[in-house]
Each structure stands twice: as C-alpha cells, then as structure tokens.
Design a protein. Structure first.
Length: 431
C-alpha cells in the first residue's frame, strides 16, 4: 500500500473507515487536559464498551427486584444466561454453538481441557509448546506433566518422563518460529506426542500461527491439537471448526473488552461433543439441564462444550461480555480484520519511516502471520524510551528485556492514533 506520513493522510484514512464510529462506543482514559490517551494495550486489557454499565445495571436491578427469583424472572433469566452469549462468542472464533461455552478463566479452562484431552499413555506422552509461551501456560502444562508423573510413581511405575516437554525455539538469530520447523518437529516426534498446545498469536512477538497446518500435522502424528487463543480471539479471523482444532481456550478481557478478570471462552470440537468416556472434572453446571435440579448423585454431562462447565457462572461478568460481544456481532470479525490489517500496516510503515537504528520490529511482516500487535525491539534498552513515550500520553506495554508492544485495535483505534504514536516515538528517539 502507498501510505503517506502525514496527519492529513491519517485523517483521510479515518474519514474513509466504515468502522470509525465504533470508537465513540468505548470509554477512554483521558490525560490532564481531557484528551483521550493513545491507547495501544487492547492486547492486555480492552477498553470498556459504553453499554457495559447498562448491561451490568440491568442485572443489579433485577437482583434487587427479584432476588432468587431472578434465576427465572430476571429480564435476562440467570439460569440460561450463558446461552445468551454462545452464538456471538462462537461467531468471533469461527465455531458452532455446540462447540462453544463461556466459563471460568483462561488458565483454569486450560487445566480442565487438559484433564480431558491430555491423555498420556505408553510411548505417547509428550507435549509440544512454544519456548517462551506465556508463563501461565507453561506452569499449567508443566504441572499437568507433574500430575501424571506423580500418579505413575504412586502406582509404582516409573514412566518415561524425560524430555516430555518439547519446546519450539526460533532458529539462531531469528525471533519467530518457522512453520516448516514446527511441522518438522511434530513429524520427527510423531508417535511420542500426545498434545500440541500453542498460542494462536504469541503474546511477546505477535506472531500468528498457521492453525490449519499445525492442526493437520498434529493429527497426522496422532496427537490432539489445542490452541490458547488469548491473543487471537477478537484479533484474527479464526475458523476453529473449519481448521479442525480439537480444543481452544481464551480470555475475554484482552481484545474482547469484557473487563478485568472477565469470564473466559472455550471451544471443544463437535467431534468430541459426546466423548463421555473421557475423564473430566465435573460439576453440576455441566449436568444435563433437564435433570440438573433433580439433584441426583450421578453426573450426566451435556453434549458439547457446555458439558465441561462446573459452576453456576458469574452473571455480572457475563453481562459485561454480552455487551461487548454484541458490538463484535455488529461490526463483524471479517470487517474488523480487514481494517486491522491496514491499521497495523500503517503503523509498520510509519515506524519504518523513523530514521534510527535503535528500534526493530520483531513481529512477522506477512499480514497472515500477525494480528494487530507489533512488537518493537529497542536496542540498548533501559526502559527510558518506554518511560518517555508514556510521559507523552501513550499507553503501551513494556516486556522485559527489551520489547515495546503496541496493539492498535480496529474497534477503537484510529489511523490518527497510529500517526500520533509514531510522532511521539520519533520525538522520544531523537531526544
Ligand atoms: C493473558 C494470557 C493468560 C492469562 O491467563 P488468566 O488465566 O486469564 O490469568 C494466559 N495465557 C496466555 C497465552 C495469555 O495471553
């Protein structure tokens, strides 16, 4: 694209942007003079949709008015409340409603899904992850390995657990993984891999993985393939069903704007909808709806992703997510992604215009291999550049040892935001 490095050009892109008005539906922090900050951390905590307050207030009012009877008589009855979110959530990740549920939080869901889908046996017990995967995912995976190991020990069997974790590492001198290397690793270890569990978009580098190729390679090796879509949901145009992913989990407070600690999402492929043979940690909310309140002793799980629910869910959190998902439905993931590619390409263009050796973009250049985030490596980093841009009204994110992450989101960031950000960065680098 032939971009121009000027405020007028950025304003012209905004004027031509069919999604531009969505920006007004979000609440921005403002600086001392009442100006909206340059907010580039939708990858960490998305902004509050203006409708959230009304949605949450509805439930507070109904709680006051109906108390326990709100389960059935609230305007949006609490008993089936999670069902009001399923269609829009499924749409965001390219899933069928039967494959989608909102529940718990992300790492908890990864554990619950691994209970069912990480089934080491015989020689097949390895897990493939990214080296430098998000710490919570590493802890979750390692503790699952440990859990199985201790069980074997307790049963007097010393299983083969050496090297049970395969960590994908970029080639020397490279920052991101090559798809050919990922597929080759999966093939080489074929009959020893039980689970491939990757982030859809790496939180640090912003690299988006080829879900389809990885899933295919994993399945050919006889493994289960899951994705952590924390940085992919609401960012990429996902097709979890079509790509035949086995399971996925994501949080909703990043690109999905559902507020701090928001209730998370889960995908379980329709293929597994009736895998009642798999072990699962059960609770009453996963029990067949028709008979749940007969309060029987025996657990009869529902078909599909819903059957993995455990507890009755937090209505106030779901109300916030519901408000946000309605905006996604209205805007459409495909339209958002179309804008996002241009918005991020514009940021990339402006960063390259800055004449300096001090910064380097480590996120892949190929738009297919990234979402909206660009990770900017700062040479001889000492945090001072980051402090300077923060001082100038930018909310971005610093990751040790030397990366600034900037994520212009298509729902509420403008081309002018991106332009202003590049000016701030340039000015701070010149100082
Ligand atoms: C944000 C994020 C998490 C956070 O997990 P919570 O359980 O929501 O605290 C975990 N994994 C990845 C990849 C993330 O990006």
């Amino acid at each position: 694209m032939n971009f121009e490095n000027s405020a007028r050009y950025a304003a012209a892109l905004d004027a031509a942007d069919p999604l531009a008005s969505f920006r007004d539906r979000f609440l921005f922090p403002v600086d001392a003079s009442g100006e909206k900050v340059l907010y580039f951390t939708g990858n960490s905590l998305g902004l509050q949709p203006a409708t959230v307050r009304e949605y949450v207030n509805q439930e507070l009012d109904d709680w006051a008015k109906f108390a326990v009877e709100g389960h059935l008589h609230a305007k949006n009855p609490w008993l089936p409340y999670h069902e009001f979110l399923v269609e829009n959530m499924a749409e965001v990740v390219g899933a069928k409603p039967i494959e989608t549920v909102v529940m718990n939080s992300l790492t908890v869901n990864l554990h619950l899904l691994m209970v069912s889908f990480y089934r080491p046996s015989g020689k097949r017990r390895k897990i493939v992850i990214e080296k430098g995967a998000f710490p919570s995912d590493q802890y979750a995976v390692r503790s699952q390995l440990r859990f199985h190991l201790e069980n074997e020990r307790a049963n007097g069997r010393a299983g083969e657990w050496e090297n049970a974790l395969i960590e994908l590492t970029p080639r020397a001198g490279e920052s991101t993984l090559r798809i050919d290397d990922i597929v080759a690793t999966i093939r080489e270890n074929g009959d020893e891999i039980a689970l491939v569990l990757l982030g859809g978009v790496n939180y640090y580098t912003g690299q988006a993985f080829d879900f389809e190729a990885i899933t295919k390679a994993g399945h050919e090796a006889g493994a289960i393939v899951g994705f952590d879509c924390a940085h992919a949901a609401g960012n990429l145009e996902l097709k979890l069903h079509e790509w035949d992913v086995d399971f996925a989990a994501w949080c909703s407070y990043k690109y999905l704007n559902a507020g701090p600690g928001g209730i998370a999402g889960v995908f379980v492929n329709e293929r597994h909808a009736e895998r009642f043979d798999l072990p699962r940690f059960a609770g009453w909310w996963g029990h067949d709806k028709e008979t749940r309140f007969l309060m029987g002793d025996e657990f009869h799980p529902m078909r599909g992703a819903e059957g993995w629910q455990i507890s009755n869910p937090p209505i106030l959190q779901m109300a916030a997510l519901r408000a946000s998902l309605e905006i996604f439905h209205e805007a459409g993931m495909s339209n958002l992604r179309t804008k996002s590619e241009v918005l991020t390409a514009y940021l990339e263009f402006l960063l390259k215009e800055i004449e300096t050796e001090r910064i380097e973009i480590i996120t892949p250049e190929d738009p297919e291999r990234r979402g909206c985030q660009l990770s900017i490596r700062v040479r001889e980093a000492d945090h001072s550049l980051f402090d300077a841009i923060s001082e100038a009204g930018v909310i971005a994110d610093w990751r040790e040892p030397d990366v600034i992450r900037a994520a212009p989101t298509p729902l509420y960031n403008s081309f002018t935001d991106v332009y202003k950000f590049s000016r701030v960065l340039r000015n701070c680098l010149e100082k």
